[in-house]
Design a protein around this ligand. Structure first.
Ligand code: PEP
Length: 245
């Protein structure tokens, strides 16, 4: 079975109302080229979800960048999966390294967030990746991070994004050979006890840009990209999307 391809934009904390122009440009590109592959998902800040979801004739799907593990309550400033779903977004990024590092999110908390997202019908884009100081222990780090995932799951509810932390926003990437073999070993780790291992899409993220996307996205074990900085430049992001067409 052929796995689904995805190109996902993570806008992080960038997204004034004027950023709708960026979204419209990406959507126009998909519509004018009649592209059905890859699936394109834009994850703006919460504040723009409603506006982007309401965009007419959109071929771009919308996701959030994080969720709370509970449904509602006295948690000032937090947003739940139920609320994200209520806005019409279909995806949510969970476990991004910025959340793990800056907000101390651990395996147990992330596992609860995944359950909450699935309970409310959101598909999860689950990020894993090692720090530079952990490169030598990469496999055991990834194995530990993957423990947040449930054992049984419809593969359509999950996308995995391998993002080496040292590659995010730095212009650095692992070699192509390394990316391909790390992706293969992630699938092998999952195959031990996760039923969805064979069919789940595994994306690469970390300094993907219009220049390197072609090589990265042609790797056998790479099913797409999670893109930060370059996703705010519609021309570059469109070029990344085009590698699948
Ligand atoms: C990210 O933050 O998920 C990311 C991949 O960022 P960048 O593409 O800027 O490295």
């Amino acid at each position: 079975m052929k796995r689904n391809n995805y190109v996902v934009a993570n806008w992080k904390m960038n997204g004034l109302t004027s950023f709708v122009k960026i979204f419209n440009a990406i959507n126009k590109h998909l519509v004018s080229k009649k592209l059905n592959n890859p699936n394109v998902i834009v994850c703006p800040p919460y504040t723009l979800i409603n506006t982007l979801v309401s965009s007419k004739k959109s071929k771009v799907m919308i996701g959030a960048q994080d969720t709370h593990e509970l449904d509602s309550g006295a948690y000032t400033g937090c947003v739940s999966s139920e609320m994200i779903n209520d806005l019409g977004a279909k995806y949510v990024i969970i476990g991004h390294s910025e959340r793990r590092q800056l907000f101390g999110e651990d395996v147990e908390l992330l596992s609860k967030k995944i359950l909450s997202a699935h309970k409310h019908g959101l598909k999860v884009i689950f990020c894993i990746g090692e720090l530079e100081s952990e490169i030598k222990n990469r496999k055991s780090i990834l194995m530990k991070q993957l423990k947040s995932l449930p054992k049984k799951l419809d593969h359509k509810k999950l996308i995995i994004a391998y993002e080496p932390v040292w590659a995010i926003g730095t212009g650095l990437t692992p070699t192509l050979l390394e990316i391909d073999s790390i992706h293969a070993s992630i699938r092998d780790i999952l195959k031990f006890n996760q039923s969805f291992a064979k069919n789940v899409s595994i994306l690469y993220g970390g300094s993907v840009n219009a220049e390197n996307a072609n090589n990265i996205l042609s790797l056998e074990n790479v099913d797409g990209a999670l893109v930060g900085g370059a996703s705010l430049k519609p021309r570059d992001f469109s070029k990344i999307i085009d590698y699948f067409s």
